[in-house]
Design a binder for this molecule. Structure first.
Ligand code: 16G
Ligand code: ZN
Length: 535
């Protein structure tokens, strides 16, 4: 009987009591030594989720992304490769917080009853993990839960987060008209490389691209992709850097996309030669930041906002060239952290609509789905471009009126295959950026010239109780504590081109304050003043 099997298995994976387990924007993420019981319980939930969805395969990713090496995390992926449905986040939280093994088994049964899940029907779960050593024991805990619930299970071992999302979608679409790709890691490389060739349309990438892989899973996986890539066809010359995955302690240490974005500088090692083209991935390869170090002006960063504007401008041009202008809708999705200059560039220069959503990929992804082409990126480098089935169909079936139209339609088709449709994918996004730069004949400097960022500052503020800070208007305004927003507004008024907001972090026990203004000193001053209001 399942109940006894669950209790017996659960006893091997105790939960550490008294910890604030909450399924947040990044799933459960914390110090790895607290996660054994959590991974077991996530296994139970994913088994339920699969059975609820008629046996479709659910993905489980074990990673703590850009966090220090001692942390880890567990996250559930829905059948189409998107994030776990919101309602189920609270089931996950309740299941993980069950105080005893018996209460855990009871809650599992209660969920099955309330959600009308047939526990004897087939269920299937696949898992992947990043390079953290703790991942191995967490996968064992997960596997034990799946065995106890007689759920079919495949361990895909070490993967980037976007690869696990890709595989989940491939499995669930195999043999259907929406088949996403071959169900294997090699299938992922082949799909990307082939789409990269097609997107370039005979153009060549110039100059070396150095990729800082955060000493995470992106390093070996990028090297693997390159084995399937013929650089004589594309000109792409990649130097894989910071790809040491044998010393766990160096993961995300002084390198990676999060380091570059938050410190606003290049990793100290290896030292970028002046003018070299660089990009950084984060620890699980779902975030991407480009930069170069200018001999005269120093470090210059091209973040998620820049990638979004680059992609939107390129796709809008292709639409015009393909004669699709006005037929399909392109939208750009940002969060409140997007630099005001990027928003202005999209709305005024590109003449495209911008939607602002709360922080967290699931919100952006959801909003992007309401466009034919939804370009979504967080400033921190996480994002992708979603193509609706209608759009992809149009690229394939529209009768071109000229060779130029044909070329544009084929480029759009290829991009829809190149860009990961399930989630932001640093490796796929990097190839997209390289394609666009090659088409435009641009260097990073040309790309940077499109607009000037407003100077900005992000401050972390320790507060007694972050839950007191509630927001509205896609996190751009505080509704609580009462009066706080008025004070912020009064403050912002005193500066030129200024904007500032405060919100409770979803991943740490703190508030974050963002400010931007016409000058560096004004942005700094405003951020400090708003931080003082929040404190
Ligand atoms: C999570 C989100 C990330 C967001 C970050 C904000 C996902 C997969 N990840 O890591 O997109 O930028 O939280 O953190 O949605 P914060 O709430 O602490 O500012
Ligand atoms: Zn990540």
């Amino acid at each position: 009987m399942d109940r006894d099997a669950i209790i017996a298995a659960s006893k091997k994976h105790d939960i550490v009591s008294g910890k604030p387990y909450k399924y947040g924007t990044a799933g459960f993420r914390m110090s790895a030594d607290l996660l054994d019981g959590v991974a077991f319980r996530v296994g139970l939930l994913s088994a339920l989720r699969s059975r609820k969805l008629s046996g479709q395969t659910i993905g489980v990713m074990i990673t703590a992304s850009h966090n220090p090496a001692v942390d880890n995390g567990v996250k559930i992926v829905d059948p189409m490769g998107d994030m776990l449905e919101q309602e189920w986040e609270s089931y996950a939280t309740s299941l993980v917080n069950a105080p005893t093994h018996e209460e855990l088994a009871d809650y599992y049964q209660k969920l099955a009853d309330t959600l009308k899940i047939d526990l004897s029907s087939p269920g299937k779960v696949i898992a992947g993990r990043d390079t953290r050593p703790s991942g191995i024991t967490l996968v064992t805990a997960l596997a034990d839960a799946l065995a106890a619930t007689k759920t079919e299970y495949i361990d895909f071992k070490i993967l980037t987060t976007p690869q696990l999302h890709y595989l989940t979608r491939c499995i669930n679409t195999a043999g259907t008209p929406g088949a996403y790709g071959e169900v294997s890691e090699v299938g992922y490389y082949k799909k990307l490389v082939e789409a990269f060739y097609r997107s370039l349309r005979g153009r060549k990438v110039t100059g070396t691209l150095s990729v800082d892989c955060a000493n995470g899973v992106g390093g070996p996986k990028l090297s693997e992709l390159l084995k399937h890539h013929d650089s004589t066809k594309t000109g792409l010359d990649v130097k894989v850097c910071n790809d040491d995955v044998l010393r766990p302690e160096v993961l995300n240490l002084d390198c990676g996309a999060d380091f570059v974005k938050t410190r606003q500088r290049a990793p100290p090692s290896p030292k970028p030669a002046p003018g070299d083209r660089w990009c950084s991935l984060d620890g699980d390869a779902d975030r991407l930041i480009y930069y170069w170090v200018d001999p005269d002006t120093g470090f210059f960063m091209l973040d998620g906002d820049r990638i979004a504007t680059l992609a939107a401008s390129f796709i809008a041009d292709l639409f015009r060239n393909a004669g699709l202008d006005g037929q399909l809708r392109i939208g750009v999705i940002q969060t409140a952290y997007a630099n005001g200059a990027s928003t202005k560039y999209v709305e005024q220069h590109l003449q495209l609509p911008v939607v602002c959503t709360p922080t967290g990929v699931k919100h952006l992804h959801h909003a992007a789905c309401s466009y034919d082409i939804g370009v979504y990126f967080e400033a921190n480098g996480h994002g992708t471009v979603l193509f609706s089935p209608d759009a992809v169909q149009t690229f394939k079936t529209k009768e071109p009126q000229s060779p130029a139209q044909k070329d544009a339609l084929e480029t759009l088709s290829a991009l829809a295959d190149l860009i990961n449709q399930t989630v932001g994918d640093a490796i796929s996004d990097m190839l997209m950026v390289e394609v666009i730069l090659a088409h435009k004949g641009w260097s990073l400097r040309d790309w940077a010239m499109t607009y000037s960022d407003l100077p900005n500052r992000l401050v972390r503020v320790e507060v007694g109780n972050k839950d007191l800070f509630q927001t509205t208007d896609a996190e751009r305004k505080l509704s609580h504590p009462a009066g706080c927003q008025d004070e912020i507004d009064q403050c912002v008024k005193k500066y030129t081109n200024a904007r500032s907001f405060a919100r409770a972090s979803g991943t740490e026990n703190a508030c974050r304050v963002y400010a931007e203004a016409a000058t560096r000193s004004e942005a700094d001053e405003l951020a400090n003043k708003v931080a003082a209001i929040v404190k």
